[in-house]
Design a protein around this ligand. Sequence first.
Ligand code: 0X9
Ligand code: ZN
Length: 763
Amino acid sequence: MGTRTTLTTLTACALGTGALAADEPIPPRPLEGEVVVSVTPEDEHQLRLIDRLATSLWSERLGLAPVEIQLPADRLDDLREAGLSPRVLVHDVQGLIERERAEIEAVRAREGFRFSERGARANAPAHDLAFWDAYRDRLEIENYLFGLASAYPDLATLQQIGASVEGTPIWALLVTAPDSPEHPRASRPAVQWNAAQHAREWISPMTALFLADRLLAESESSPRVAGLLETTEFAIVPIVNPDGYDYTWTDYRFWRKNRRDNGDGTHGVDLNRNWSYEWGGSGSSGDTSSDLYRGVSPMSEPETAAVSGLALSYGPRFAGGIDYHSHGRLILWPWGYDTDAYLPEPERTIITGLSIDMAGAIDDCTGEPYTPGKATDLYPADGTADDWYQGATPGYGLTIELRTNRFDPEREHVLSSALENWPAALRFAEGVTQQLRIDPTSPLPVLAEPFTPTTIEARFLDALGTLDGATPTLHAQLPGEAGPQAIPMTLVSPGTYKADITPTDRRGRITWSLSAQTTGGQTVTFPASGHATLSVRTQQSVTLLDDDAESDLGWTAEGDATTGAWSRADPGVDPNQPATDTSPGGTNAFVTGAAPGVDVDGGVARLVSPAVAVPARAGDLILALDLWRSDFPSTDPLVVEVEADACGDWVPVHTDFGRTGGWRRVSLRLTDHVSPANSLRVRFSIEDRPSGDIIEAAVDEISLVLAPSASRADMNGDGVLDNGDIAAFVDAFLLFDPSADFTGDGVVDNGDIGVFVTVFLAG
Ligand code: 0X9
Ligand code: ZN
């Protein structure tokens, strides 16, 4: 980030290359005398002053909050005179840049310049993590690309996709498995990963190059990657803006745009305002000197033309693109041109869900907190790559803002950024290319009432429109039945299907799965492996807790949030709460920040249940509740946790991002996560991470049921093992009923008697 329309750019930095010694050019020192400070504007007047004085913004945004700005040291007094108290973070920006550069040179010298030798190209080593020890210039990155292409002639092709304003080649590495009859190359979906549209965002080409390196490094060792390469073509463009990138190494470290001569003494078009989707709005500038200058016309720049041309060359196969930038740790989905423009469904759900998954993958990798959000949450910007991918191709588009909070993170971040983005990039590729993915619309039901339909509803995410609409099927294995029933699912709304399972018995558990086929005959199942389970509420089920929040059953509020603690209250009072509770005839729910205008701030708010005694019986423990939370979409989930051991070991059993809005019923099989011995406690935690969003949550109608697992020998389904079951077994046996097939060999014969007796005696 670090740029706004009104901020002046340092176009004066072209000076300085005039007085050259024969062998040693004097590098320009465009940032001499500049400092970086933190200030907190408190009114519009101060904000405008900061905007005027700043030569560059180091924070993500400018607003009435602490901001980091770069400015000439001799303007500090102007800030002080306006009542601001600047705190100096960098005393000498030029010195900092020079130190960082010296460090890079030291790394190069130490490694014997092996990545930077001219002509190293084809001999450059592949999969050498030392490459990510430092930032690399264009020569080094291109050498590495050539090295990869020559090490993997069967999988990788280096293609020049165009040339920059100054005629510099723009390279794409195309990576996919060789052609095969099952997955003809010509029909594989394509995914594109771009970086360095913005010249100064040096961590982005390093990250994108790493993705290319990993695709090849893991092409054999990882079944996941091998499978993706067989079904997908990857196009990686590590340096979209080679001229600008060179310029940041030779002249001015913080150059953003390309190097177009605008003909009026200024240089550069902001490539990420030059794309042809929604080009020319208020989130870009017509002023040639602006860092956000959009160019004379959409795709006027050969760089954007080359990269968009590559995506369009895939035609209907194009599945999605990620445009890598820095900084801010953000995963941004369209639309980015207008705060009030939203993607239609189901794209919106698909891309928001995918972005949240990707943030989770990064978090799992390094713990680095990336925030998923709509691109306008950062600021509206038009003519950008993310919106173009989304709007001008059949695929999806994302912008990822990488680490950290500056354009020149310490070089230790280079490898971390690369590592953490690899699993997220894979997730993206899977999400946008898998022909068909089955995604239940709500948390899976886990408790079924006997003789009552339980509905299973799922979205059949079908990025390429290949679902055979006649094929969505629910497969349910009911207790006592020989094989699964195949129940055709019915259409609810485009892409969403449902079907019911009705337990016909008071016994046991039901296992189920979903399947569908593409028009090409590919079968997709959910869950991807195995099946899901429904516990049937038998006559023997025990209700351990039934709380409609109308009376005090001993819940306590905990946590370190400064405001917004949980309480039992009528939720309609605060406009940021649900309008009513959910209990028939009731008034109260458990809510955060019950008072009007109060929400969870500055930490976590927890609601902890009293200890609930758990009978010593084997079975499924099921927690069901109505749940509500604000702030869609957000990375501040409401987490349901269980403590099974009275030792304070809380195990998360559900993380809710509020994706569907409104109250919804959630049921959770706790025994999938914990094995409570005597008692358990449940708690609901919601945290306001530093973002300062409005965070509110509510829960109501909380029940905890123990559904004892019925023995297979409970032949008559009355919940007890007694003579009646022996009689029922004999009846079934004599009728060759499949329920008597205790050996599971498909026939009812003498062998089943012994197994029945064993199961009966085991209880
Ligand atoms: O302004 C940009 O182009 C991106 N940020 S950066 O600091 N790397 O320059 C953000 C683009 C996000 N996309 C949209 N708002 N459309
Ligand atoms: Zn950028």
